[in-house]
Every structure is written in C-alpha cells, then in structure tokens.
Design a protein around this ligand. Structure first.
Ligand SMILES: *Cc1c(COP(=O)(O)O)cnc(C)c1O
Length: 400
C-alpha cells in the first residue's frame, strides 16, 4: 500500500478541491434578496406567503407553511397532531438526528427500526413488528431522494390508526407512483438547509391537504398567536396593534430573506433535478464494472430526486477499509460525506433507548461501507469524471 505524498499535486486526479454539495445560486436569487432588503420588510411577510403558495402548488398539496427548518417542521407536525407524553413514534435508525429529536421534543419516545439493505429506506415489516398499543405515528424518511414504499406504510397506518408524518428533507421533487411527495400523508416536512436540493440557507416547510392542521402549525410557529397569518401586517399602515397568545407556541417562522431564495430555487428545481439525474447516470456508467463498489439501485415506478449519490465500498475485496477509502479520495481533492451514522450508534440514542448494533444488521452493514459522492447541479460533467477516475484508481491500487 503506497499512500500518496500530500504535496504531490501532479499525481492527483484534481488540483482543486471538489466540495461535496455546494449550492447553485443564480442571478434571480441575488436580485430577489436585494429587492427584499430594499422593501422595508425582511422577515415573514409577502415573499414567504408567495413561496408557500408556489411550493404547495408544486408538490400538489392544498396548504403549506414556511418554517425555519425541517427540524421545526417535524416538531410542529407532531405537536399539531397531538402526539406527546407516553406515545411512541416509529422511524428508521438510518436518518439524521432531527427525525428522532422531534419525537422527543413533544415528550414521546422514538422507536428506531432497521432499514432496507438496498434503498436505505424504512422497512414496512420492521414497522409492523414494532407497533404497540402506544404507537401513534410513523415517520418515513425518503433516503437520498428515493421514495419509501408509501402504499405499504399507509396500509399499516390505516390498519392500526396511526398518523404518517413524512421526513422529506431529501425529497423535494421526488415522485411516488406518479405523485409528488408532499400530499400523500397527514403532514410532509421539507428541509431547505444549505446542502439540500432546494436551499434557503436554513429553512423548512410543512405541507398537507388538511387546512386546519396547517393553520395549527402556523399558529404554533409564531409563539401561539391566534391570527398568525396576519401578524406581520400589524406594522402595515392599516395594521392593528392587538394580538392574543392562545397557547404555548414557538418561534419557528420562515423569513422573507429565506423565501427570496426559495422562490427562485423552486423555479430552477426541475432543471436541477434533471442535472442531478444526469450525473447519477454518469456515475452509474462509470462505476458499474468496479466489483468493489455497489452503486445505488432505483426502484421502478417513482422519480428519484438524487439528493445523494451513495456508493457502498465492499472492502472485503480491498486492502483498505471505508475510512481509508475516504481519506484517499480527500487526497485526490474530492469531498465526500457519510450519511448517515445510524442513530443507534450515537451516544444519546444508544443510552436513552438502550440500543445494540445487532438489532440493526442492515443499517450496520451499510454504515460500514457507505460513501456519499459529490452531487450538485453546480458541478460539471468533468467533475463527475474526476470522481469516477479517482474511485477507479483507488480501487485498482488497493485491490486484493
Ligand atoms: C437535513 C435533514 C433534516 C433536518 O433539516 P433542517 O432543515 O436542517 O432542520 C432532517 N431530516 C433529514 C433526513 C435531513 O437530511
């Protein structure tokens, strides 16, 4: 095994660093930000309302409410559904901390289950095996932008009288059997964090066909003030100074500076997804014949939004493990990520829920192998070709 010297640029696939997931921000976003700054109103207001309308129309949901993050969206979705102390909510161990944190924010207990060995999505039979008399909801996470088996999940939910709250942080533009993710369940929660397919820096959205539920989330997002929709208008010429706090709410609203980005990010989303799909197919063609690399499988009947491009490093065929593989990619000037370190391996969840790795064999196997390669509409074909060349070179160098 011959590690490359740090200083030897000649031998690297790239001379400049390729970041894992940079945003693509256009002229329209910049102009809208300036317009917002000049408008005299920079927090929640007319642009947030426009983004909410545009977003609801895009996903085909009746209603949407803009929030500060997907974490806030998940919290308020569960709170608005009345989930709390003594309740259990089933979700996958193969997700980000937010999904299960939100369950604890309302005083309920997250029940973590193993994921599919191929798609990394939650397994319906694992959900079924973990339903108890205390179970109130299921939170499916559409890993990487590929839809969970929603029909099976909804069947279980109907049979057992459970709510379904989707964590669609990766799934803006994902389709399931011809319909966009966003109006299939009680509530769907989206993220517009800096690395996500549609970004407002920080941001989130709840969508639903249930007007009352969305209104309740809106009230909870603005301190619990009764007429949350009009609150920003109290500073307008005809606004009223009066307000009433009707319950203990939070400060989770989106601001117009975020919506200014979101409106134009949404307008370029279809083109961005097409570009991601193009890069995914380049990766697929370029890596399919490398025996030590397992490339992602696409489930037929949906549309993958390609938020992530995960490969599995089958290290049994190599003289290095996954961590060393990532280190070698870094030396080739390629940024990667490991999404996710399953929740059952984190101190908080391991200790609070008394979890053992043996109970999550699929997530464990994936975690030891997974590397998320760079994918972003801001990349060029040549960037993807560099990553492919680097992966092939490292596999060849360390083949058993
Ligand atoms: C990013 C992410 C979140 C959290 O989103 P924020 O907007 O940062 O709160 C939640 N769940 C998943 C699966 C994510 O990837």
């Amino acid at each position: 095994m011959s590690a490359l010297p740090e200083s030897d640029d000649e031998t690297r696939v790239r001379t400049t660093f390729l970041p894992f997931s940079p945003p693509l921000i256009g002229r329209e976003e910049k102009a809208e930000i300036l317009d917002t700054l000049d408008s005299g109103w920079i927090t929640k207001g007319p642009k947030t309302e426009r983004f909410e309308r545009d977003f609801a129309a895009y996903v085909g949901a009746g209603h949407a409410v803009g929030l500060h993050s997907c974490t806030a969206a998940l919290h308020l979705a569960l709170a608005a559904l009345g989930i709390g102390e003594g309740d259990e909510v089933i979700t996958s161990t193969f997700t980000f901390a937010s999904t299960a944190h939100a369950v604890q924010y309302v005083g309920a207990t997250p029940v973590l289950v193993d994921c599919d060995p191929v798609t990394c999505n939650i397994l319906p039979d694992q959900i079924a095996a973990n339903i108890t008399s205390r179970t109130r909801a299921i939170i499916p996470v559409h890993y990487g932008g590929q839809a969970c088996p929603m029909e099976e999940i909804h069947d279980l939910a109907t049979r057992h009288g459970l709510h379904v709250v989707e964590d669609a942080a990766h799934a803006v533009g994902t389709e399931y059997r011809g319909r966009k993710i966003g109006a299939l369940s009680d509530v769907t929660c989206f993220s517009f964090y800096a690395t996500k397919n549609l970004t407002t820096g920080e941001g989130g959205m709840c969508t639903s066909d249930d007007a009352d539920l969305v209104e309740r989330i809106r009230v909870l997002s603005m301190y619990g003030i009764s007429d949350a929709r009009r609150i920003w208008q109290r500073y307008a010429p005809k606004g009223s100074w009066w307000y009433d706090v009707v319950e203990l709410g939070y400060k989770y609203n989106m601001m117009d500076l975020q919506a200014a980005l979101g409106i134009h990010q949404l307008a370029r989303l279809e083109a961005a997804i097409a570009r991601r799909a193009h890069f995914a197919s380049l990766y697929g063609e370029g890596l399919a014949d490398v025996p030590e690399m397992t490339i992602p499988e696409v489930v037929p009947g949906g549309r993958h939004a390609w938020h992530l491009y995960p490969i599995l490093v089958e290290y049994e065929g190599l003289t290095i493990d996954r961590n060393a593989f990532i280190e070698e990619l870094r030396r080739e000037n390629i940024g990667t990520s490991v999404l996710y370190i399953p929740l059952h391996l984190h101190t908080h969840y391991r200790e609070r829920l008394d979890l053992r790795p043996e109970d999550f064999p699929n997530a464990q196997r994936i975690y030891e192998r997974i590397v998320n390669l760079p994918i972003s509409p801001s990349m060029q074909d040549a960037d993807v070709m560099d990553v492919i060349a680097a992966v092939r070179r490292i596999a060849t160098r360390h083949r058993r």
